[in-house]
Design a protein around this ligand. Structure first.
Ligand code: SME
Length: 157
């Protein structure tokens, strides 16, 4: 069965609105979390060409690397460390226009210039985070936050 994405739009907002229903349909028929996270990461990478898109899953005291697309990355991030660990600790989406200005940023790739991290909360606990990195400064804004949050709400964690 062909699973190709159809991506024709040019503005960021339109591209998200074209992508999200397709990814939602793709994951709706599958209840394996790793499989679904892998396809979501791949779809975002394919649509937007981000440097790195992936998930870290909360396992005891660490975020542990999950499905991702992009260069190899650090495997464990403690709570409160880096952008990801801070997002986990604060249960808050973090948009970082320039990673060099974020104290304690963990540079998995020296090419990463800006970043958005969104925590996924279930029963008041963060169970995972989505991390998206860009090679450009100032890549992420409210449009990314709203659309990525909408997409994450479709995943059954
Ligand atoms: N930059 C992140 C680490 C994860 S990688 O970018 C994939 C951070 O500061 O938490």
């Amino acid at each position: 069965m062909a699973e190709d994405l159809l991506l024709t739009k040019t503005t960021k907002e339109e591209l998200y609105q074209e992508l999200i229903p397709q990814l939602t349909a793709l994951i709706a028929g599958e209840n394996d979390l790793v499989a679904n996270l892998a396809n979501v990461a791949a779809g975002l990478k394919e649509a937007f060409g981000f440097l790195w898109v992936g998930f870290y899953l909360v396992k005891e005291d660490n975020l542990v690397l999950g499905p991702f697309q992009g260069p190899v990355a650090c495997t464990r991030i403690p709570k409160g460390k880096g952008v990801c660990g801070t997002s986990w600790e604060k249960q808050k989406t973090l948009i970082i226009p320039d990673v060099e200005q974020f104290e304690g940023h963990i540079a998995c790739s020296s090419l990463s210039k800006s970043e958005i991290v969104i925590p996924i909360v279930k029963n008041n606990e963060v169970v995972a985070i989505l991390d998206v990195d860009s090679k450009e400064l100032n890549t992420f804004d409210q449009i990314d936050e709203e659309n990525l949050t909408q997409l994450l709400n479709e995943i059954n964690f």
